[in-house]
Design a binder for this molecule. Structure first.
Ligand code: ADP
Length: 490
């Protein structure tokens, strides 16, 4: 028997309010007439029964979820859809609170049946319940009105577009660059033109000024007679960037292919020419009795063989440079330059040309010795070849200035020089500006490629009739501190 004044008062309330008292096991301890009427049970049927029994069997599972909140101890107010004993449904406003009766804890449920038209209220509630889904998914969702004002953006959309939190979002306008349409137009214009579209790739301006590649779909929707657009957007930024990289790689491959074609064409020519001249020389040699003349032909044959040999060496240098990693070692420029000059002693011009070598190196320097040799060897060979060995004052000046960070190498001659129109092209594959010197046009191309591999650069200053100066700058691969400590160059 309940004696507490509040409870007695609650129980005897107006005939409209259904009141039930649940014990600590969620069983009905007391119910009033209105409660029985709302649910369609008699008082006897309810007392002592668990809360879940007030729903028809097929609804109990859902009902237990419905009442879960109350069972787990939460109290509060709510509008609920309930089922009566006969299966018909009703909408009720439920209030629950915890009450104390002596030493025992009870839960007091009070409910009022709401009229039928409250249904729209429930539908609105359902709509609200969808919001958490929109917030939960990882797809960015946006709704905007026909003026382009964003009236809803879920978390993913806010994050993707850096939209500011809260409702100031509503006034934001977005502008896009369209990937497929290849036009730059405001997003709203695109929506007005197409109304509905699926998976358009768009580069969109974000609220922070940065840009993002998205896959955009849009559908028109009429809300309260006004046109709106619902949009979903997927972040494809990483994919697009990868695609761009791939396209760049394809372009590179195409140009490499072209270069290769070019290479095969010119290489075959350069291999064939000395061979043809060799076979011609052998033919006439057979019919030559004069030993002096024979000696002359032999010298010419030697030259052809030398040309072939040089060409093959260049191809090997080229292939090594593109395939092999840098082999970093300590560089002594004095030794290196001396070695290169020694290797070129066989050249006719070597004996006539004055060599001026100036090495200024006081710190350790690290680079790829073989590659540096290829570069110096090619540049010095050219200085001989295109120098002024016919003049008495012909010279080659090699000046190296190296510190622990970088080396700059000047190779200067007072030879024929290079005309302005050729200057831009001398580093191209197979380009020759001087006919009759027997070169392949590969040398400076290899020089440039090799220097690039060493992260250096090369440029040339030249004047026709006065001479040329090639200036190479190479960074040290390991930078050394003043105190002798070394740090790896990344
Ligand atoms: P090649 O096998 O023809 O020497 P390179 O690639 O080494 O090929 O050089 C390309 C062209 O650049 C040469 O044909 C020549 O006209 C010009 N050139 C290179 N070095 C010099 C130089 N020191 N002085 C004048 N011209 C040069």
């Amino acid at each position: 028997m309940i004696t507490s004044e509040t409870l007695v008062h609650a129980m005897s309330q107006s005939a409209l309010v259904g009141v039930a008292l649940l014990d600590d096991k969620h069983k009905f301890a007391e119910v009033n007439e209105s409660f029985c009427r709302i649910y369609g049970y008699t008082k006897e049927e309810l007392i002592g029964q668990p809360l879940s029994m007030i729903s028809p069997t097929d609804f109990r599972e859902r009902a237990s979820l419905l009442y879960q909140d109350y069972i787990s101890g939460n109290t509060g107010k709510d509008v609920k859809h309930i089922r009566r004993k006969d299966g018909s449904s009703a909408i009720v406003h439920i209030t629950t609170e915890n009450v104390q009766e002596g030493s025992r804890q009870y839960k007091l449920m009070q409910l009022v049946e709401l009229p039928e038209n409250t249904k729209s209220l429930l539908e609105k509630k359902k709509e609200l319940e969808i919001r958490p889904i929109a917030e939960n998914v990882n797809i960015a969702l946006l709704r905007c009105n026909s003026e382009g004002k964003i009236i809803f953006a879920n978390d993913a959309a806010r994050a993707a577009l850096f939209l500011p939190q809260g409702y100031q979002v509503l006034n934001m306008q977005s502008y896009i660059f369209s990937g497929n349409i290849s036009r730059q137009l405001p997003l709203l214009q695109l929506l007005n033109e197409k109304a509905s579209f699926e998976n358009i790739e768009v580069l969109i301006d974000r609220a922070d000024g940065s840009q993002l590649w998205i896959l955009l779909s849009a559908r028109p929707i009429v809300i309260n007679g006004a046109l709106h657009y619902d949009m979903s957007l997927a972040n494809i930024d990483a994919l697009k960037k990868m695609e761009q990289k791939l396209l760049e790689k394809i372009e590179l491959l195409k140009s490499t292919n072209k270069q290769l074609d070019n290479f095969v064409y010119s290489a075959t020519h350069d291999l064939k020419a000395p061979l043809a001249s060799l076979s011609g020389l052998i033919s006439i040699f057979r019919y030559e009795d004069d030993t002096e003349q024979q000696e002359f032909y032999l010298q010419l044959m030697e030259k052809s063989i030398h040309r072939l040999n040089e060409f093959i060496k260049e191809i090997v240098d080229y292939s090594r440079n593109s395939n092999q990693e840098l082999k970093v070692e300590k560089i002594n420029f004095q030794e290196l330059v001396d070695e290169v000059f020694e290797g070129l002693e066989h050249m006719e011009e070597a004996t006539i040309t004055q060599k001026i070598i100036n090495i200024d190196q006081h710190s350790l320097f690290f680079s790829d010795k073989h590659r540096l040799k290829v570069v110096l060897s090619n540049l010095i060979t050219n200085a001989y070849k295109y120098g002024s060995s016919h003049r008495r004052d012909s010279f080659i000046h090699v000046h190296v200035q190296a510190d622990s960070q970088q080396a700059s190498i000047h190779i200067k001659d007072n030879g024929q020089g290079i005309s302005q129109e050729h200057l831009d092209r001398i580093f191209d594959m197979f380009f020759r500006a001087s006919a009759g010197k027997g070169g392949s046009g590969l040398g400076l191309y290899i020089v440039k490629e090799t220097i690039e591999k060493m992260q250096g650069n090369i440029h040339v200053v030249s004047e026709v009739g006065k001479g040329s100066c090639f200036i190479v700058t190479i960074p040290s691969q390991i930078k050394t501190e003043n105190n002798g400590q070394m740090s790896l160059d990344i």
